[in-house]
Design a protein around this ligand. Structure first.
Ligand code: ZN
Length: 422
């Protein structure tokens, strides 16, 4: 067969292929080919197997890109299942405040937090929003992310929410990272609606969601279901309106306290419930029965200095598929790196390397409904791959130069010359 991109001679190709999402014992089923190779044509994988068979069966087309992965490991491009990376303004000062003992709630009460970003974002042009988000996307790409979910939610007016979603569409069109757009008008109650909650809910349900759906700007509808933000009943109303308009449901649930959000996700059959630090075993069982994926964001717990990480081991035991995301955002999601998130998942939440890899690739792809295109190195999928210097465990060494090359749709989009013999 003919290929225009061949990655060969790898110590190991970890495919993450097979039925998805993975849950329970199969969360650890990452799939490995020793002395492996992967090849693609026009951006789609045509071969995944050993380098010997590749040499016999795959012919390079004219201008074929050949990546010699001797001494390296190849894994699927990472799927970041939860980000808020389009925004204006800068809240890095909150890092220092938090280090000095401030909490998420105390910073918000002092006028910081989400509403500070909302003020800056409303005043910002599409061009400037796109330019700043492009810088962040490039950071993600260098860390191996090739598909990424992105939410609106820093506009909180119909026009500014549409503006954010148009920026997401433009950035995805420009590539190379594929973006999955989520409408999140229910990120916070805007200040002009204080004391008029019901009016804002009506605005979301009757004006924003129809406008978003009419322009085809989002695939998902998300709500911040948390004490002091949106209640379970309000979240249900918004997510149902989204579902009726063709927007699939996902939810910020049980992050700062037991909000009931995960239980609602199961009730609605939502694809994903995210954060879940306070989820209990009973609710996890309901999620498993509903097929709801747990998208965990240990980077948020880390940077917000929350009392614990999500109970990932319990979720795996209960048969809930676990996915990962960075939660890139201006106030608490300070890492662009899925490998760093995987390190937190392993050393903070007790996942194994294989479980974390599955969570960062194929299960994250399921979380954002992209499992038929990305998340594993299998025939017919996009040729999105990361070449790691050495073995896959190198990913769990934050700060080490683990990632050598990033490939998106069969094209090398990032590469670092290694000083190692590789
Ligand atoms: Zn979030």
């Amino acid at each position: 067969m003919l290929a225009d991109c061949i990655v060969t001679n790898a110590l190991e190709v970890i495919t993450c292929g097979g039925p998805a999402p993975r849950r329970g014992a199969s969360q650890a089923d990452a799939g490995s080919i020793a002395n492996g190779a992967v090849a693609s044509m026009d951006g789609l994988i045509v071969f995944a197997g050993t380098s010997d068979v590749c040499a016999r069966e795959v012919d390079g087309a004219a201008g074929c890109t050949v990546v010699d992965a001797t001494g390296c490991t190849v894994v699927p491009g990472f799927v970041d299942a939860h980000t808020h990376l389009v925004y204006a303004g800068d809240r890095r000062d909150e890092l220092r405040m938090r280090l000095a003992g401030a909490t998420y709630a105390s910073i918000a009460a002092d006028g910081g937090g989400i509403l500070q970003t909302v003020r800056a974002t409303r005043d910002c042009s599409e061009d400037l929003l796109a330019a700043s988000a492009r810088v962040r996307l490039d950071e993600l790409l260098r860390c191996g992310t090739t598909t990424c979910e992105v939410k609106s939610g820093y506009g909180l007016t119909t026009d500014s929410e549409l503006k954010l979603l148009r920026v997401i569409r433009r950035l995805s069109h420009d590539g190379p990272i594929d973006l999955v757009p989520t409408f999140m008008g229910a990120h916070e109650l805007p200040p002009e609606y204080r004391g008029r909650r019901d009016d804002y809910l009506r605005l979301i349900v009757e004006e924003m969601i129809p406008a978003v759906a009419a322009e085809g700007l989002a695939e998902w509808c998300d709500v911040f279901c948390e004490a002091g933000v949106f209640t379970v009943d309000e979240s249900r109303r918004i997510l149902r309106a989204g579902l009726a308009a063709g927007l699939q449901a996902r939810i910020h649930a049980d992050e700062l306290g037991p909000s009931g959000g995960a239980r609602l996700a199961a009730e609605l059959g939502a694809r994903s419930a995210d954060h879940l630090i306070f989820v209990d075993r009973d609710t996890a069982g309901a999620m498993a029965r509903a097929g709801t994926i747990a998208t965990l964001l240990p980077g948020a717990a880390f940077f917000l200095k929350l009392p614990s990480f999500a109970p990932a081991r319990m979720l795996v035991e209960e048969g809930v598929p676990v996915a990962l995301g960075t939660d890139v955002n201006p106030g608490g999601g300070f890492t662009p790196s899925m490998p760093f998130v995987m390190a937190l998942a392993c050393f903070g939440m007790g996942l194994t390397l294989e479980e974390a890899l599955v969570a960062a690739t194929i299960n994250a792809a399921c979380s954002v409904n992209r499992e038929n295109r990305v998340g594993s190195l299998e025939r017919g999928k996009q040729m999105d791959a990361v070449v790691i210097n050495g073995s896959a465990i190198e990913l769990l060494r934050p700060g080490a130069a683990a990632i050598r090359t990033v490939i998106k749709r069969g094209r090398v989009v990032h590469t670092v010359e290694s000083s190692r013999t590789c």
